[in-house]
Write a protein that binds this ligand. Sequence first.
Ligand code: NAD
Length: 450
Amino acid sequence: MSDRYLGFANSNLGRRLVDALGLPRPAPLERWQAGRLRPVEGPLILGGGPLANKVEAFAARLTDAPYSFAGDGLQSPAWVAGLGPKPKAVVFDASHLCDSDQLRQLREFFQPLLRSLASSAHVVILGRAPEQIEDPQAIVAQRALEGFSRSLAKELRNGATAQLLYVSHEAQDQLEGALRFFLSPKSAFISGQVLRLEACDAQVQDWTRPLAGRRALVTGAARGIGASIAETLARDGAEVILLDVPPAKKDLDALAERLGGRALALDICASDASTQLLKALPDGIDIVVHNAGITRDKTLANMTPEYWDAVMAVNLKAPQVLTQALYEANALGEDARIVLLASVSGIAGNRGQSNYAASKAGLVGFAQAWAPKLAERGGSINAVAPGFIETHMTASMPMGLREAGRRLSSLGQGGRPQDVAEAVAWLSQPGTGAVNGQVLRICGQALMGA
Ligand SMILES: NC(=O)c1ccc[n+]([C@@H]2O[C@H](COP(=O)([O-])OP(=O)(O)OC[C@H]3O[C@@H](n4cnc5c(N)ncnc54)[C@H](O)[C@@H]3O)[C@@H](O)[C@H]2O)c1
């Protein structure tokens, strides 16, 4: 469903009217277009501590316009506030900040940059995870980065985003993959997020086809977010197997044919679903995206056992049963990547969705519980938590709720299935084993649930 307010507020007449009335004007977000090669099209500003030098070493693969600002020992031309070109991307290494006085470097670095940012600019702050540090003062400084980066994300305008990545010493060689995602329009609808990067031996061989040679299964792939995920994984080089319920077979077949993939009509809750799945995957699978999901909304007082059970069966039980079966049959390849579709509802809670929110929060627990087990085989399992995404599911919401869902976020609009798909594709890359057992919200920094 199209967002008419977004279109109107950015038209010539609408812009004047909305500004005169003091109404919010959400910016049209820049998305990744087919055929684009560079993650950053425009100036990338680097600064801060020693990780900025690491980034500078591969900056030419991110952009053809790297600049340095307030960074020690950087070779790139200096960016000068008020004179330099508008930054499209910014990386500040804050990992060296080791007490609360040094935190003022954040203000000194970002203040001159803020008014110059290009539209849809992407900011990434790098730090060290507090739990991996021994010095109490450094723990304080590094923990402070969370509050700073989330507030910065809320203050940015014109579709800009900001994230904090805690990078362990062993994860420095995985920085390129993370920055290719978070500095590019692939992360257009993600803001105010904090992720941890850990060691990972696997590497992407070809950035134009990072999933080449990988087989991917996507459940609920006939439409909506699942169809977009299948399309994006295929774009990135994966061989895709599309699964959905038998009544969706026609759409599934058509999409599978278009993507050069395979369709599998199967109800993931069927009693023989595991057997059928293993039969359909004789050569195993490298990427599993548990996307199929349903809602059966009622306040708890009116919740029927049927509504409760149906949501739990599809959203929470089936992903566990199928993953267990694939694991026990050794059908998950080396460096397997599993991505679960959770929801911001599962983090913040939502009136009328106690069943759905419980199922989605349960998926977060599932990712946390299985992360160490998969890591033993080079694998990873993470959850993505979409906020308001423009799909069939949200088009059927009452208008008032739909408008609130769109506007109550830092980016002031709903996301697109492509935004979720890009995040899933990134988490599916070989090198993104650096992220394991975590939740990535794709919600434009929804104001709901922190
Ligand atoms: N749309 C949003 O705003 C939003 C927000 C947060 C999370 N999500 C989650 O993202 C996922 C996809 O959402 P969507 O909006 O594209 O939903 P959708 O209803 O458009 O698509 C879901 C797909 O899952 C399939 N499915 C349902 N039950 C199945 C079963 N038993 N076996 C196999 N396939 C089954 C459906 O046939 C459908 O094709 C869901 O898990 C949803 O909970 C969506």
